[in-house]
Design a protein around this ligand. Structure first.
Ligand SMILES: Cc1cc2nc3c(=O)[nH]c(=O)nc-3n(C[C@H](O)[C@H](O)[C@H](O)COP(=O)(O)O)c2cc1C
Length: 204
């Protein structure tokens, strides 16, 4: 077991395009033996199936991740919560979950986090991260963006969140969608403090 093993991280998948970013991030965290507190919104569930196929339905996620990314994804574990369960442990600041990633993050959920609404478990768990001054990484995906959406990103950044837009780079010469997803997942892992080789570092 590495020094990085066993970390507790919440991952929220919402109904923005880019389900592949979520599965790649989950796989990389599970390979690192993380304990994942997983929330998938209603539209997040739809996006997993629409973009990745029925085999990626949330009920089959463990097998999907192992099939696509390897058996190492079984090193870690995840607990799936209902987005309606505001009594789940990650709704409280007393739990030991040290960081949260919302990937991808819809503009609706972004707005809910920005305004501290806590209507759903995703919004509440994100609010807990902000109030407890823990790491919250938001991966918004929309284009073009309205002024309210831009302001909501600013509000989250001012509250301490890391805004990590789903904007893959091309200098690493991606050859596949997986290469693009690796880049964003690598950025997320870096923001969480993990070392990784998900994309080649720029050598100048
Ligand atoms: C196929 C599909 C793609 C979507 N893509 C996006 C997107 O990229 N960004 C976004 O903000 N909303 C997108 N939406 C709309 C959100 O899913 C919708 O606003 C939903 O209410 C978000 O709820 P949630 O944040 O609880 O998942 C998409 C919806 C569908 C059906």
């Amino acid at each position: 077991m590495s020094a990085e093993s066993g970390r507790s991280v919440a991952v929220a998948i919402t109904g923005a395009s880019g389900a592949l970013y979520a599965t790649r991030t989950l796989a990389a965290l599970l390979e690192r033996r993380c304990r994942i507190e997983l929330i998938v919104t209603e539209y997040g569930r739809r996006l997993l199936r629409d973009e990745l196929g029925e085999e990626a339905a949330v009920e089959r996620l463990a097998d999907y991740l192992a099939g696509k990314y390897g058996e190492g994804t079984r090193n870690g574990s995840y607990t799936l919560y209902s987005n309606r369960d505001l009594g789940a442990k990650i709704a409280s600041g007393s739990q030991d979950c040290e960081a949260m990633v919302v990937v991808p993050c819809s503009m609706k959920t972004l707005a809910g986090i920005a305004h501290g609404l806590s209507r759903t478990l995703v919004e509440r768990a994100a609010d807990v991260m902000l109030k407890e001054r823990r790491t919250l990484i938001i991966v918004p995906r929309e284009t073009p963006m309205s002024l309210p959406q831009l302001r909501n990103m600013t509000l989250c950044a001012e509250a301490g969140a890391v805004l990590l837009p789903a904007m893959p780079a091309f200098y690493q010469m991606p050859k596949s969608l997986d290469d693009l997803a690796d880049f964003i997942a690598g950025k997320i892992l870096g923001a969480l403090g993990f070392t990784h080789d998900l994309y080649p570092k720029w050598g100048g």
